[in-house]
Structure formats: C-alpha cells, structure tokens
Design a protein around this ligand. Sequence first.
Ligand code: FES
Length: 111
Amino acid sequence: MPTVTFRGQTIECEAGEKLRDVLLRAGLSPHNGQARWFNCKGFGTCGTCAVEILRGQVGPKNRREEWRLDFPPHDRDAGLRLACQVSVTEDLVIEKHDGFWGHLVDDEGSS
Ligand code: FES
C-alpha cells in the first residue's frame, strides 16, 4: 500500500486513490482557510487543493488539471499539482503552501 506523508503524518491508502480523498479521510485537508468549505469538492475547477509533491512520482496532468493550473493565481511553472486530480500509486511526501489556493510557493513558512 502506498503512503502519503503530510504535516508530520503518514497515511496508508489504496493504490490509485485520489490524493485529496486520502488526506480528507485522515482528517487532513489540502485546502487552506476558507477554501476548506469553499471549493469545488474535487472537480478540478477551483484550484484550491494545489500541493507540491516533494518526493515520489505521480502521473502526468490530465486536461482539467492542466487547464486549472494554467491561469492565475496559479502558474503552470510553479510545480504544483491538484490533489483532487492526482492518483497515489507510490509513496509521496507533499507540502501545502500559503495562500487561498496554496499558490504562494516562494513564501517562507508555508502552512
Ligand atoms: S478541489 Fe477544486 S480543484 Fe481540487
């Protein structure tokens, strides 16, 4: 079973499970602040579940993810992925950055 490590916790999951679902099931969230309630619930349209994958490999972006990460406040070159569109197939270590969308990758002290 692959694992996801986030905010000091390591969670086991089924291979192929969506990263956002893994986090929510563990009582964690890929959303910051008010985005925990105001988000698209995993349809890949709001962009608030963006995370950085520090370790581990995931598949290529699908069209929806490409589309959402291609317009502000996201930047296609920021290296973020949408947790609701990413399937977990191997052990991952992820980080959530600051900002409503988790898009402030250059800021110190990410949440
Ligand atoms: S939850 Fe909205 S894009 Fe992932």
